[in-house]
Design a protein around this ligand. Structure first.
Ligand SMILES: CC(C)(COP(=O)(O)OP(=O)(O)OC[C@H]1O[C@@H](n2cnc3c(N)ncnc32)[C@H](O)[C@@H]1OP(=O)(O)O)[C@@H](O)C(=O)NCCC(=O)NCCS
Length: 173
């Protein structure tokens, strides 16, 4: 196993066109369809980073900021933002690509946690992540507090045991 890998090595881009059977009653892309695509994209990034089988441990955050209409071209871009011991955080950015008007609108983002597992579904160690760009560094730096929050919300950590979140609420970061 490599000791560390660059964020760019996990970059995954998926481009789709919205079909009628994927829309809601407003003829926009149905949220559940988008979540499924985001999960797939994130899982590919996770597997590219750790070169292992991966499972979704948590969907930490998803925002739906802009509707994506029927026949819209949807571009999903995902990358690992930080690797911990066996788990990793993946950011998925979603864009509506409008080649006719030469516009690209950022419609959504999602933050996922995946865990690398062996053939018995047991978590296994993964390479560290080296952020390079300013955005990668920003997301890397904030990932630990998002992990702590996710663990607290899922009942896996006591709020009093958090380190980064305490600093955040104390105004230290
Ligand atoms: C995810 C899973 C492998 C974790 O197994 P586990 O025995 O609980 O393992 P651990 O407690 O050691 O957790 C493994 C890692 O996941 C992290 N993790 C687990 N749940 C988490 C959550 N809700 N949020 C953030 N991280 C989480 C842990 O912090 C740990 O990270 P680290 O090793 O990098 O520090 C196990 O719960 C599982 O198989 N879940 C089902 C996954 C699945 O089927 N997904 C598809 C759903 S359709």
């Amino acid at each position: 196993m490599q000791k560390s890998k660059k964020a760019a090595e996990s970059l995954t881009v998926m481009t789709n066109i919205v079909l009628p059977n994927e829309t809601n009653s407003l003829r926009n892309l149905f949220g559940g369809e988008l979540l499924s695509k985001m999960d797939r994209c994130a899982s590919i990034s996770a597997a590219r980073h750790c070169e292992r089988r991966v499972v979704t441990a948590s969907v930490n955050h998803v925002s739906f900021n802009h509707p994506i209409p029927e026949a819209g071209i949807v571009v999903l871009e995902s990358k690992v933002t930080r690797a911990f011991s066996t788990s990793m955080e993946i950011y998925v950015d979603v864009w509506l690509d409008d080649p006719i008007n030469q516009r690209k609108i950022h419609t959504n983002e999602g933050i996922y946690t995946f865990v690398a597992v062996d053939e018995f579904n047991k978590p296994v160690p993964i390479p560290a992540l080296e952020p390079e760009t300013e955005e990668e560094k920003k997301r890397f730096d904030a990932a630990l507090r998002r992990k702590e929050l996710s663990l607290i919300l899922s009942g896996r950590m006591k709020a009093t045991d958090s380190v980064e979140l305490k600093k955040l609420f104390a105004g230290e970061i």
